[in-house]
Every structure is written in structure tokens, then in C-alpha cells.
Design a protein around this ligand. Sequence first.
Ligand code: 4NP
Length: 154
Amino acid sequence: MRDAPSVLFICLGNICRSPLAEAALRAEAAKAGAAFHVDSAGTGDWHVDCPPDPRAQAVALMHGIDTSGYRGRQVTVDDFTRFTHIFALDAANLRDLRRIRPANATATLGLLMDVVPGREGSDVADPYYGDDAGFAVTWDDVSQAAREIVARLA
Ligand code: 4NP
């Protein structure tokens, strides 16, 4: 059997979008009985060691997933060899990741919504400065992507 895919989601702060993508993939993988290693990180370092934003925790909990134990961390160059797949939540994150990608990188790097038919090239919008409705949109986006990732990689 092949090694389980290892998937890293990257946003800016690692307290809103990427922890929700992590939660959604954990949930979809469990539902499918598929083994995945899953993690998330931020390009920025403002929220290192912080739990997800309370609004992100709330939307995950509404879908039965407890993210209160997640802690923010910043992406490192080692992530490009530790993971098989790295997904940026938006185009700015993808640009930043391409900038720091080391020459020995083995992970495939791409934009998350590129895995969702009809949503190619689109960002998962940053809900940080908005309201709860924005977090519901984030959840929908990352759940769709998580289902596609399980279908493609499991
Ligand atoms: P995230 O959202 O990248 O989805 O985690 C943000 C969280 C924090 C900040 C920006 C975006 N911030 O500027 O602190």
C-alpha cells in the first residue's frame, strides 16, 4: 500500500481558513475511511501558538468538529519535503509560498480551489475582517475542496 498522502493547507494567519480546511479534510477522510496526514500553517507569524479564531471554531463545531486544540504555526522550508501536497488558500499565499519554496522541494504546490470543478483559479476569501456569514462561506469552500482531495488522493 502506498503511504498516506500528507496534506498541508496554508493561509495568511493560520487561524481562519487553513484550520477550517484542515478540519474539513480530517472529517471527509474519516467519513471515507481514508488515511491522510493533515496539517495547516500560515505564511505570517502573528498567530503562532494561537487557537483558531472563535468564529472559525464555531463554524467547525456546527459541523461536529472540535478545533479548539489546533494551534497556529508558520510554514517552514522543511514543510516542502515533509508533505506530499501543499495547498494555498489564495493567490497571495501561493505567491509567498513560491518565493520560499526550496530547490529540494518534493511537495506539489497549488491553489486549493483548483481542485474544485468550476472554481479553478479562485481564492478562498479571507473572512477575518467580516462576519459569521463569511465563515460559513469559508466552510462551504473548504468542504467542497476536501471532498475533491479525498476523491483524488485517497
Ligand atoms: P486567515 O485569516 O489567513 O484565514 O487565518 C487571517 C487571520 C489573521 C489576519 C489576517 C487574516 N491578521 O491580519 O491578523
